[in-house]
Design a protein around this ligand. Sequence first.
Ligand SMILES: Cc1cc2nc3c(=O)[nH]c(=O)nc-3n(C[C@H](O)[C@H](O)[C@H](O)COP(=O)(O)O)c2cc1C
Ligand code: SF4
Length: 458
Amino acid sequence: MADSKPLPVIPEGHAILPMDPILSLDAYLAAGGGRALEKALKMPRAAIIAEVKKSGLRGRGGAGFPTGVKWSSVAADPCPVKYLACNAAEGEPGTYKDRTLIRRNPYQLLEGVAIAAYAIDARGAYIAMKSSFEREYAALSRALREMTSRGVLGQIPVSIVRGPEDYLFGEEKALLEVIEGHDALPREPDFPPYIKGLFVTDPLELNPTVANNAETLSNVPNIIMHGADWFRAAGSADSPGTMIFTVSGDVQNQGVFELPMGTPMRALMEGFAGGAKPGRKLKAMLSGVASAVILPSLLDTPLDFGSMKRAGSGLGSGGLIVYDDSTCMVRVTWRLSEFLFVESCGQCISCKTGTNMATNYLQMIVEGRGSDLELNLAISNSRMAPTGNRCYLPAEHSLLIPSLIEAFPNEFRAHYNRGCLPTCHEIPVPKIHEYDEATHTFSYVHTKTAEEVVAWHP
Ligand SMILES: Cc1cc2nc3c(=O)[nH]c(=O)nc-3n(C[C@H](O)[C@H](O)[C@H](O)COP(=O)(O)O)c2cc1C
Ligand code: SF4
């Protein structure tokens, strides 16, 4: 780091990501695992929810919604049937933390799931992950078998559901559809899971369901074991606890780092991730594809939900994608717009049309056929995409794409009658497939281009 301040450390015992994987239930129990569920099962349900509320735990799936508030609204619902859905779909570009967590400690997640299910008096709990997450499925299903056969997971049945590669799978209303055995298509907008949940057969009984991210639930055993005040000793007042950050792209040391929330972004980027590569400068960062671009002038922003929002962007699920000054931001903007267009399911006309038109205008600029007109049309189509939308995907487009255009206006103008130069190299949408710890490199899933999709649906 430029000013060589000491890097922030997590207070003793607060990390949820172990350095080495926990490979057996015996090892987990020997390290103190399982005691939080034992304790919870002797507590009144309301007391568990009150402790989680007091801890200030906020959802790690992207929106930072207070976990205890979500639980208490489902618990208070008069419907006798309730469910828990754990979101381990992890499809956000630049994010690789749920898979890391599940591989290294599947027992902690299962214990968190069991506590949450007990607290809301759920009939069943489901953990939903992509079929392609084979190593994580193997670790989690083995841990589930061990915990169930040894009777240390409580009475509520927990199932693992495997689903498609679609980005929308992780959207909570689509997640419920997948758990029910359908395609990943978000259901009615006015009924979030905490109002209308899983397996509804009677219009008067809506089976409210808590949907929580895998990292969120992995925090729960520690909160119940050590208490809300202990949990708040790490992190910031706005966002207590730690968060697992993924840093990918143009840095010297890509990887997955757990840090106290509120750590300045500079410590993560220049300290843990080693800063820009030799001879290069950081140009732009993205926290997934759901918020506005973050410029290097914001590097001193604390990494918590409130500070990132006040800075004009968002924390997302802690996946930070880094671009250096060799990157063509016009190409990046086009490819990310195209990704959201392709992943839009088309149930809402303005979403599919707005993301499509914006992508087409951006492609014209990439190809040297653009002008101020096309640039403005890309912005206006992006902004109109979230109209009558069932889910948040087009809102992501409308926050991200115009922000990139507005941050780099001269780069866009320079492309007008010229298009991309040979130096404007292709940049994959960083939808992470795998992380190689030995070489600190990520590999990416192939994301379909608009042309491939059009060829598929002539
Ligand atoms: C298009 C889209 C994709 C999403 N993908 C994920 C995902 O892969 N994992 C996740 O936990 N949340 C994802 N979310 C957020 C979920 O809808 C939901 O807010 C989250 O699972 C709630 O959990 P939390 O309160 O613990 O954060 C996505 C949202 C959208 C709009
Ligand atoms: S807003 Fe877009 S992605 Fe979401 S349901 Fe509608 S068409 Fe599908």
